[in-house]
Design a protein around this ligand. Structure first.
Ligand code: F6R
Length: 602
């Protein structure tokens, strides 16, 4: 939610700033802007719209500036106008700042600064930051001290980067919003996320909450929340620059759907022993005393959490999936024997982080099932369990759902083994064997899918329903979420047995019902027949010899494997269906309207 980037170094700043913003657009695309320090002051370009619009406004022939900051915005305070775009400057245009997060006390600060004659031109909370810095500069402070004073006046969450006229440093701070430093010889990049500078360097340093930084071309100084000079560990990230490119694909979403064979291999690598049917997640936490599990997440990650909870319950480990935004009102207090699992691709989702912190406070053991190394969830939980899907740029989550579901499958069997009341599935040997074949099976689905043709068959219907039972219900809900996100069409996912308890009133010949059928139960077939009787076209998402096939008008076939794997293959078919339907409708597939990938506000 909002992306920030900054550069200080020997090389020219403009190119890496623009490239960085393009890579960060998944965090917001309402407006974009850049400020660089040149020989005579600050140049600021900003506008509503996307980075491609910003590029048209950068009207300089002089690209020699080496110091600069940039921002791509998902609006919170104030609509997406040119005035509200970052960077924001102080009233004398001598300090420019970009910010990700929310300044909770901005109204009080703005009032005070206005009384002192400082002028504001936007509706944003951010504009107080450059004005506060200006205020402290005007009162005789050196730039670093002015920045530190300003930061200490702020309440809320922030990652901030600033440039000050006449000074050769970037001043930055982190509190509750991500900020990572990329290190190259004689050049430094600060960004909300690694993909912003991955084409330049994979050497990184993650900042801690409370850190204030001064970054110059010849070095970095970090001051921690105690005001002491701090050292942070320098690490290599194992993401490859190519993983953040679209390559031959038209959209990141399609690329990421197609990269699932490799991402799943990475998720599974070294985590099970086929000879002994053993799962090894290399967890340092002692989970043997756990008597219940809460899986807490939002959106797509919530559907993966449902998948995991359903499996744990099947194995005798009491588990609940809970929407993070509902945690404080519906979860009840966890005990010391509760395992709280935050399922979050980004590791930065505010609703999930809030729930994580209340579970910690209540004394629960906590685990973060996340994709992003050193994300806030990974750091706040007792232990991270990485899904290793690689960077996901498309706003609609695809490969990360598959990797989350597979990670939670492994975790469910591990917990069933180590806890008192649980026992792994009887079919664990078949599961382990089929998981090692899952990548090939996904490849087969990708090569043979009929989803593109079907998407044209069912274009412009009144609504799209997705039904399934058990694990199939989480896949149905995920299929519907994906469909609505990228097509903007009305789609709903239901537990198939629920259809007759209300939603059937919506069913007509203009509402195709995508029916996920994997196991032998007749119940979902009967539910599909009830919809068909009311005229609805039925699309079976199933193995070719499943009982649903005769009821269905159309088919999206998946290879028959262990049901857990088959459900994941059904989900891949639905990802393709959503993608191709959105393509037909000419939607902004990688940046659906109103959305952002990482939702850092509650
Ligand atoms: C849907 C999607 C969102 C996220 C949700 C949680 O395609 O991407 O629903 O799943 O915002 O995000 P994370 O997993 O980063 O916590």
């Amino acid at each position: 939610m909002c992306g920030i980037i900054a550069h200080a170094g020997d090389r020219e700043a403009l190119d890496p700033l623009v490239t960085g913003l393009e890579k960060l657009e998944y965090r917001g695309y309402d407006s974009a802007g850049i400020a660089v320090k040149n020989g005579h002051g600050l140049d600021v370009w900003k506008c509503s719209g996307q980075v491609s619009d910003l590029k048209r406004t950068i009207n300089t022939v002089d690209s020699s500036a080496t110091l600069g900051i940039g921002h791509t915005r998902w609006s919170t305070h104030g609509p997406p106008t040119d005035e509200n775009a970052h960077p924001h400057t102080d009233h004398s245009d001598r300090v420019a700042a970009v910010h990700n997060g929310i300044i909770e006390n901005y109204e009080t600060l703005k009032e005070k600064l206005s009384e002192d004659g400082y002028e504001f031109t936007s509706d944003t909370d951010t504009e107080v930051i450059p004005n506060l810095i200006r205020y402290y500069l005007d009162h005789g402070n050196e730039p670093l001290a002015a920045f530190e004073h300003a930061v200490s006046d702020l309440d809320g969450s922030y990652a901030i980067a600033t440039v000050i006229e006449g000074n050769d440093s970037i001043f930055a701070a982190r509190q509750g919003s991500p900020l990572v430093l990329g290190l190259e010889e004689n050049s430094y990049y600060l960004a909300s996320d690694v993909p912003a500078f991955l084409s330049q360097t994979d050497t990184v340093l993650y900042l801690e909450d409370g850190d204030v930084l001064e970054v110059r071309s010849d070095g970095v100084e970090i001051i921690d929340e105690e005001g002491q000079l701090a050292q942070r560990e320098v690490e290599q990230v194992d993401w490859q620059p190519g993983e953040t490119e679209k390559a031959q694909f038209d959209h990141y979403m399609l690329k990421e759907i197609h990269s699932q064979p490799e991402s799943l291999q990475k998720t599974l690598e070294g985590r099970f022993d086929r000879e002994k049917d053993e799962i090894d997640l290399d967890l340092g936490l002692d989970l043997s005393g756990i008597d219940s599990v809460q899986l807490v997440a939002c959106g797509t990650s919530y559907h993966a959490a449902m998948f995991g909870a359903s499996l744990l319950n099947q194995c005798g480990v009491p588990a609940r999936s809970i929407r993070a935004s509902e945690y404080d009102v519906s979860a009840g207090t966890p005990s010391e024997r509760t395992l709280f699992i935050a399922v979050t691709q980004s590791g930065e989702t505010a609703d999930t982080l809030t729930a994580l912190s209340s579970a910690k406070e209540a004394g629960a053991s906590t685990l973060a099932v996340t994709n992003v190394v050193q994300s806030t969830a990974a750091r706040e939980a007792d232990e991270p369990l990485y899904i290793r899907a690689g960077p996901e740029i498309g706003v609609a989550a695809t490969k990360t759902f598959s990797s989350q579901a597979v990670t939670l499958t492994l975790l469910s069997q591990f917990l069933a083994e180590v806890t008192d009341d649980g026992s792994p599935l009887d079919t664990l040997p078949e599961l382990v064997s089929d998981l090692s074949e899952l990548s090939n099976a996904v490849e087969q689905v990708l090569q043979t899918s009929d989803a593109e043709r079907l998407s044209r068959e069912y274009l412009n219907e009144r609504a799209y329903f997705f039904i399934g039972r058990g694990l199939g219900c989480s896949v149905a809900k995920e299929g519907a979420l994906k469909f609505k996100e990228v097509t903007y069409e009305h789609a709903e996912g239901f537990a198939s047995g629920e259809l007759k308890h209300g939603p059937l009133a919506l069913v007509t010949e203009r509402t195709p019902v995508f029916t996920i059928c994997v196991d032998g139960s007749r119940k979902t077939v009967t539910n599909a027949e009830e919809a068909k009787t009311r005229g609805a076209p039925i699309v079976a998402v199933s193995p070719p010899d499943h009982g649903i096939v005769d009821t269905a008008d159309e088919h999206l076939y998946v290879p028959e494997m262990h049901p857990i794997c088959t459900y994941l293959l059904a989900n891949v078919q639905l990802q393709l269906l959503s993608y191709y339907s959105a393509t037909e409708l000419d939607r902004a597939i990688d940046k659906p309207r109103n959305l952002a990938k990482s939702v850092t506000v509650e």
